[in-house]
Design a protein around this ligand. Structure first.
Ligand code: AMP
Length: 207
Protein backbone atom coordinates (compact mmCIF):
# COMPACT_ATOMS: atom_id res chain seq x y z
CA UNK A 1 0.00 0.00 0.00
CA UNK A 2 1.17 3.52 -0.82
CA UNK A 3 1.92 5.95 1.95
CA UNK A 4 3.09 9.48 2.61
CA UNK A 5 4.94 10.37 5.79
CA UNK A 6 4.77 13.68 7.59
CA UNK A 7 7.14 14.19 10.44
CA UNK A 8 8.67 16.98 12.44
CA UNK A 9 9.12 18.24 15.96
CA UNK A 10 6.12 18.54 18.28
CA UNK A 11 4.24 21.69 17.34
CA UNK A 12 5.45 21.72 13.73
CA UNK A 13 1.88 21.30 12.50
CA UNK A 14 2.20 17.73 11.27
CA UNK A 15 -1.23 16.74 12.64
CA UNK A 16 -2.95 19.64 10.90
CA UNK A 17 -1.15 19.08 7.61
CA UNK A 18 -1.59 15.31 7.65
CA UNK A 19 -5.33 15.79 8.15
CA UNK A 20 -5.59 18.26 5.26
CA UNK A 21 -3.46 16.11 2.98
CA UNK A 22 -5.31 12.87 3.72
CA UNK A 23 -8.67 14.58 3.10
CA UNK A 24 -7.45 16.03 -0.12
CA UNK A 25 -5.96 12.77 -1.46
CA UNK A 26 -8.68 10.48 -0.07
CA UNK A 27 -6.03 8.64 1.96
CA UNK A 28 -6.47 7.25 5.46
CA UNK A 29 -4.90 9.49 8.11
CA UNK A 30 -3.00 7.44 10.68
CA UNK A 31 -2.04 9.57 13.67
CA UNK A 32 -0.15 7.35 16.09
CA UNK A 33 -0.46 9.73 19.05
CA UNK A 34 -4.27 9.83 18.64
CA UNK A 35 -4.45 6.04 18.30
CA UNK A 36 -2.44 5.67 21.50
CA UNK A 37 -4.52 8.24 23.39
CA UNK A 38 -7.67 6.45 22.25
CA UNK A 39 -6.34 3.16 23.67
CA UNK A 40 -5.52 4.93 26.95
CA UNK A 41 -8.93 6.55 27.27
CA UNK A 42 -10.70 3.25 26.51
CA UNK A 43 -8.57 1.51 29.14
CA UNK A 44 -7.48 -1.32 26.81
CA UNK A 45 -4.62 -3.64 27.74
CA UNK A 46 -2.32 -1.79 25.33
CA UNK A 47 -3.59 1.55 26.64
CA UNK A 48 -2.78 0.62 30.23
CA UNK A 49 0.64 -0.57 29.17
CA UNK A 50 1.58 2.72 27.47
CA UNK A 51 -0.21 5.28 29.66
CA UNK A 52 2.71 6.14 31.94
CA UNK A 53 5.23 6.09 29.06
CA UNK A 54 3.21 8.68 27.12
CA UNK A 55 2.64 10.85 30.18
CA UNK A 56 6.42 10.96 30.73
CA UNK A 57 6.93 12.01 27.09
CA UNK A 58 8.93 8.88 26.23
CA UNK A 59 8.56 6.78 23.10
CA UNK A 60 6.36 3.70 23.14
CA UNK A 61 8.06 0.40 22.27
CA UNK A 62 8.35 -0.27 18.52
CA UNK A 63 6.55 -3.64 18.63
CA UNK A 64 3.47 -2.07 20.20
CA UNK A 65 3.43 0.61 17.54
CA UNK A 66 3.61 -2.01 14.78
CA UNK A 67 0.68 -3.87 16.32
CA UNK A 68 -1.32 -0.67 16.59
CA UNK A 69 -0.71 0.20 12.94
CA UNK A 70 -1.57 -3.29 11.69
CA UNK A 71 -4.93 -3.01 13.48
CA UNK A 72 -5.62 0.54 12.33
CA UNK A 73 -5.04 0.20 8.60
CA UNK A 74 -8.24 -0.19 6.59
CA UNK A 75 -7.82 -2.96 4.03
CA UNK A 76 -9.56 -0.89 1.34
CA UNK A 77 -7.63 2.35 1.98
CA UNK A 78 -6.42 4.09 -1.18
CA UNK A 79 -3.26 5.08 0.67
CA UNK A 80 -2.06 6.22 4.09
CA UNK A 81 -0.79 9.49 5.46
CA UNK A 82 1.38 8.62 8.46
CA UNK A 83 1.58 11.28 11.13
CA UNK A 84 3.98 10.60 14.00
CA UNK A 85 5.41 7.47 12.40
CA UNK A 86 8.20 6.50 11.96
CA UNK A 87 10.07 7.94 14.93
CA UNK A 88 12.95 5.46 15.20
CA UNK A 89 15.21 3.77 12.70
CA UNK A 90 13.55 0.39 13.38
CA UNK A 91 10.20 2.00 12.59
CA UNK A 92 11.57 3.47 9.34
CA UNK A 93 12.75 0.01 8.33
CA UNK A 94 9.37 -1.48 9.19
CA UNK A 95 7.72 1.17 7.04
CA UNK A 96 9.99 0.38 4.10
CA UNK A 97 9.24 -3.35 4.40
CA UNK A 98 5.43 -3.03 4.58
CA UNK A 99 4.57 0.05 2.53
CA UNK A 100 5.49 1.79 -0.70
CA UNK A 101 6.68 5.18 0.47
CA UNK A 102 5.67 7.85 -2.02
CA UNK A 103 7.11 10.87 -0.26
CA UNK A 104 8.38 11.98 3.15
CA UNK A 105 7.88 15.55 4.30
CA UNK A 106 9.94 16.94 7.12
CA UNK A 107 8.29 19.99 8.70
CA UNK A 108 11.25 21.96 9.91
CA UNK A 109 10.74 24.30 12.88
CA UNK A 110 13.10 25.77 15.47
CA UNK A 111 12.87 24.47 19.03
CA UNK A 112 11.93 27.94 20.37
CA UNK A 113 9.06 28.32 17.91
CA UNK A 114 7.90 24.75 18.66
CA UNK A 115 7.85 25.41 22.43
CA UNK A 116 5.91 28.62 21.94
CA UNK A 117 3.32 26.89 19.73
CA UNK A 118 2.87 23.97 22.12
CA UNK A 119 2.33 26.38 25.02
CA UNK A 120 -0.69 27.73 23.15
CA UNK A 121 -2.10 24.31 22.29
CA UNK A 122 -5.46 23.20 23.74
CA UNK A 123 -7.37 20.01 23.14
CA UNK A 124 -11.02 19.14 23.63
CA UNK A 125 -11.38 16.75 26.57
CA UNK A 126 -14.42 15.18 24.91
CA UNK A 127 -13.79 14.83 21.16
CA UNK A 128 -10.03 15.42 20.90
CA UNK A 129 -10.26 18.39 18.48
CA UNK A 130 -7.11 20.55 18.57
CA UNK A 131 -7.00 24.32 19.03
CA UNK A 132 -4.25 26.89 19.34
CA UNK A 133 -4.67 30.17 21.21
CA UNK A 134 -2.55 31.94 18.57
CA UNK A 135 -3.45 30.33 15.27
CA UNK A 136 -6.73 28.45 15.78
CA UNK A 137 -8.65 30.07 18.61
CA UNK A 138 -11.95 28.55 19.74
CA UNK A 139 -14.92 30.90 19.18
CA UNK A 140 -15.64 30.81 22.92
CA UNK A 141 -12.76 30.64 25.38
CA UNK A 142 -12.24 27.17 26.85
CA UNK A 143 -15.04 25.59 24.80
CA UNK A 144 -14.76 23.25 21.81
CA UNK A 145 -16.25 24.66 18.57
CA UNK A 146 -17.09 21.17 17.38
CA UNK A 147 -18.83 19.51 20.33
CA UNK A 148 -19.06 22.12 23.10
CA UNK A 149 -16.67 20.07 25.29
CA UNK A 150 -14.18 21.59 27.73
CA UNK A 151 -10.72 22.49 26.41
CA UNK A 152 -7.62 21.57 28.36
CA UNK A 153 -3.88 21.01 28.10
CA UNK A 154 -2.63 17.56 27.14
CA UNK A 155 -0.78 15.93 30.02
CA UNK A 156 2.26 15.42 27.79
CA UNK A 157 2.18 19.09 26.70
CA UNK A 158 3.23 20.12 30.21
CA UNK A 159 6.78 21.52 30.47
CA UNK A 160 8.50 18.43 31.92
CA UNK A 161 7.03 16.04 29.36
CA UNK A 162 7.62 18.49 26.52
CA UNK A 163 11.31 18.71 27.37
CA UNK A 164 11.49 14.92 27.34
CA UNK A 165 9.61 14.64 24.02
CA UNK A 166 11.93 17.14 22.39
CA UNK A 167 14.99 15.29 23.66
CA UNK A 168 13.53 12.08 22.17
CA UNK A 169 12.85 13.89 18.91
CA UNK A 170 16.42 15.14 18.53
CA UNK A 171 17.91 11.83 19.71
CA UNK A 172 15.80 9.36 17.72
CA UNK A 173 13.65 10.99 15.08
CA UNK A 174 15.47 13.93 13.54
CA UNK A 175 18.23 11.62 12.30
CA UNK A 176 15.68 9.87 10.09
CA UNK A 177 15.97 12.82 7.71
CA UNK A 178 19.34 11.39 6.55
CA UNK A 179 17.79 7.92 6.23
CA UNK A 180 15.00 9.21 4.00
CA UNK A 181 17.32 11.55 2.14
CA UNK A 182 19.58 8.61 1.29
CA UNK A 183 16.51 6.86 -0.13
CA UNK A 184 15.67 9.92 -2.25
CA UNK A 185 12.32 10.42 -0.52
CA UNK A 186 12.76 13.51 1.62
CA UNK A 187 11.35 17.01 1.11
CA UNK A 188 12.07 19.62 3.78
CA UNK A 189 9.49 22.30 4.38
CA UNK A 190 9.82 25.45 6.46
CA UNK A 191 7.06 24.86 9.02
CA UNK A 192 7.27 28.47 10.23
CA UNK A 193 5.06 29.45 7.27
CA UNK A 194 1.27 29.66 7.52
CA UNK A 195 -0.90 26.51 7.47
CA UNK A 196 -2.09 27.41 3.95
CA UNK A 197 1.43 28.02 2.63
CA UNK A 198 2.77 24.75 4.04
CA UNK A 199 -0.21 22.86 2.62
CA UNK A 200 0.35 24.39 -0.85
CA UNK A 201 3.95 23.16 -0.79
CA UNK A 202 2.83 19.68 0.32
CA UNK A 203 0.32 19.47 -2.51
CA UNK A 204 2.95 20.53 -5.04
CA UNK A 205 5.25 17.88 -3.58
CA UNK A 206 2.80 15.03 -4.10
CA UNK A 207 1.58 16.03 -7.55
P1 AMP B 1 2.14 12.89 19.44
O1 AMP B 1 0.70 13.18 19.64
O2 AMP B 1 2.45 12.54 18.01
O3 AMP B 1 3.04 13.95 19.97
O4 AMP B 1 2.45 11.57 20.28
C1 AMP B 1 2.20 11.51 21.67
C2 AMP B 1 3.03 10.41 22.33
O5 AMP B 1 2.69 9.14 21.78
C3 AMP B 1 4.54 10.52 22.12
O6 AMP B 1 5.13 11.42 23.02
C4 AMP B 1 4.95 9.07 22.38
O7 AMP B 1 4.90 8.76 23.75
C5 AMP B 1 3.83 8.30 21.70
N1 AMP B 1 4.13 8.05 20.26
C6 AMP B 1 3.52 8.62 19.18
N2 AMP B 1 4.03 8.15 18.03
C7 AMP B 1 4.98 7.25 18.38
C8 AMP B 1 5.87 6.42 17.65
N3 AMP B 1 5.90 6.40 16.30
N4 AMP B 1 6.74 5.63 18.34
C9 AMP B 1 6.73 5.61 19.69
N5 AMP B 1 5.91 6.36 20.44
C10 AMP B 1 5.05 7.18 19.81
Amino acid sequence: MQCIVIFGIQGSGKGTQAKLLSESLGYQHVNIGDLLRDQVSRGTELGNEVKAVIARGELVEDELIFRLIANAIQANAKGIVFDGFPRTEAQAEHLGRHFTVRKVFYLDLSEEEAISRIGARRVCQSCGENFNLNSKKPAKEGVCDRCGGKLGIRQDDRPEAIRKRMIEFYAQTQGLTSWFEAHGLLARIDAGKSVEAVFRILMEGVS
